[in-house]
Design a protein around this ligand. Sequence first.
Ligand SMILES: Cc1cc2nc3c(=O)[nH]c(=O)nc-3n(C[C@H](O)[C@H](O)[C@H](O)COP(=O)(O)OP(=O)(O)OC[C@H]3O[C@@H](n4cnc5c(N)ncnc54)[C@H](O)[C@@H]3O)c2cc1C
Length: 388
Amino acid sequence: MSLGIFPTSEVLFRGGIVGTSIAYYLSRHPNVLGDTSVYVLESSYIAAGASGKAGGFLALNWHGPTTSSLAALSFKLHEELATEHDGEKKWGYRKLVTLGIDSDPNSNDGVETVPHAEWIADVVGSVEPLGDETTTAQVHPFLMTNALISAAQDSGVNVTIAKAETIVRNEETKEITGVTAVTRSGEILTIPATDVVFAAGPWTGTITTQMLGEKAAGGAANIIPSNRSTSIVVSPPESRELTPHALFCTLVLPDGSHGQPEFYPRPDRTLYVCSAGMSDQTPLPEYAEDVVHSEEGVRRLKERLRIVVRKEWIGDVLESDNFIRQACYRPDSSKTHLPVIGKIGDGLWVASGHEVWGILLGPGTGKVMSELLLEGKEKSANISSLRP
Ligand SMILES: Cc1cc2nc3c(=O)[nH]c(=O)nc-3n(C[C@H](O)[C@H](O)[C@H](O)COP(=O)(O)OP(=O)(O)OC[C@H]3O[C@@H](n4cnc5c(N)ncnc54)[C@H](O)[C@@H]3O)c2cc1C
């Protein structure tokens, strides 16, 4: 890739849903003139982290007052993006019904069968609606993030696979002039930049502290990795249909402990399963592509899957190696538990800490960041409680 010196340029860290959405909306902003270049710097590959391995569940009204405006904008933008880029086909966007399942096989509660969803096993306990096609939807996050970056590249955004290392400044004025980055083969690159947006998911706190020092990193320094989260994706036998029902479950397990698995059947006929509350403190590696799943995590997910899904839909897939096992880390916001979006210094910005809602909030964050960068203030959503 050849790098030019441009009068103005934005470098965005990194190729997760947040950095990709910022690049996408910058590339479409009316104030982007011929002399503005947008770079996405990604150390592994696009959507190598949580943005490629999340469930992809979207909810309109599950949010508190501080993020409800950004969530409403994002939910709307997801639909608009799907319409504009054929997201139904390209990244499995669809609206769906969401159910809460509470199950305790030892209780005296009656047995409930979920209507119109044969794949869900009978529940000893309760089933309640949590959302319908007007309030909940889903995407395949890896496919969506990659489709967005392709659309951004078609509009001139540059993508470089290298790990950002240092901020380069003019020795006299101290203004930012670029970012150095190193490829995995050791090549050192300098990318010209006037503005740098840190959107490095769970790496944001470490990277901003290393590159800027803790004080200058400000609110960005508080973004830390969550525990490692393992997920699996299984394919039921061809003849078995999965209906569009997302499930949030609270289960009493055979040993008396509780499990909180989530199930997302996808239009590609696969079933994604992850679970809250499976503590796994394996530290975050330096590169997203080096994150590996936990075998214990897989074992627990299989156990939960066998309780919630009828065995005809599982077949012998769990005994084979024929399903996806993966893991990722959320960007947690250790001080506020809210995303952190805005300016941390001259030419320095942060957009991270989206915790469990980064796939939903990615597009809205991209849109408001494009407004902040190119117009000086956000217009599309109220993010006043989310400033660094
Ligand atoms: C199991 C699980 C399920 C989830 N399900 C959902 C869901 O259903 N709905 C929802 O809305 N959210 C969900 N989330 C949350 C969501 O996945 C995250 O909030 C979101 O993906 C964060 O996106 P990001 O772009 O901030 O970070 P990431 O996706 O982590 O991207 C950061 C990128 O930065 C790169 N990077 C890091 N350091 C550098 C560097 N120095 N130089 C260059 N690049 C660098 C990394 O390689 C990575 O690709 C889930 C999370 C988990 C863990």
